[in-house]
Write a protein that binds this ligand. Structure first.
Ligand code: HEM
Length: 145
């Protein structure tokens, strides 16, 4: 970590080089496809495929968040939309753990499907809200110069 980089973080300067837009868009698209597939496999009780899909969904979601943070460091976002987005993003992150935990508990027979289902749907709502508000903050924000 060199001093130029640290000064850039403190002054919130634009990072050097081009933002990784392609990786970001690909990761978000893969997350949405995996989310739809997780919903379909869960609704239709394709258990094995559902678990495999969720094992893909979680890391691809983490990758999308990583690239969103990276691309976001090239932008300035208005405070209120940013707070609203972060509310959805933190809720979705916590809900991921709850959805995975309740899914494992359900497949082991510790809880009913009627316990996992609302938790899973809450995660879906929070994740969709995070993607929607994440898109919104880019539309109302401006590139850092
Ligand atoms: C982010 C993570 C997850 C999401 C978004 C998700 C989503 C869903 C959805 C939407 C359903 C259908 C609920 C309904 O009836 O309306 C479902 C059912 C189910 N999920 Fe998940 N799930 C997740 C994680 C997991 C995990 C980690 C497991 C197991 C290891 C799991 C096992 C199951 C099972 C066994 C069912 C019911 C299928 C049946 O009735 O046989 N889920 N899930």
């Amino acid at each position: 970590m060199n001093s130029t980089w640290m000064i850039g973080v403190v002054l919130q300067e634009r990072p050097v080089g081009a933002p990784p837009w392609t990786a970001f868009v690909v990761a978000v698209a893969l997350t949405l496809v995996a989310l739809l597939f997780a919903i379909w496999t869960g609704r239709t009780a394709r258990r094995r495929l559902h678990v495999v899909t969720v094992c893909f969904l979680v890391p691809v979601l983490a990758t999308a968040i990583y690239f969103a943070e990276t691309v976001g460091s090239y932008w300035v976002f208005p405070a209120v939309p940013l707070q609203i987005h972060l509310g959805f993003a933190y809720t979705a992150s916590a809900a991921t753990l709850l959805a995975v935990g309740s899914g494992i508990a359900h497949i082991r027979g510790w809880v009913r499907r009627s316990t996992h289902a609302p938790v899973a749907w809450f995660f879906v709502a929070a994740a969709v809200g995070a993607v929607a508000t994440g898109t919104w903050i880019f539309l109302v924000g401006s590139p850092r110069v």
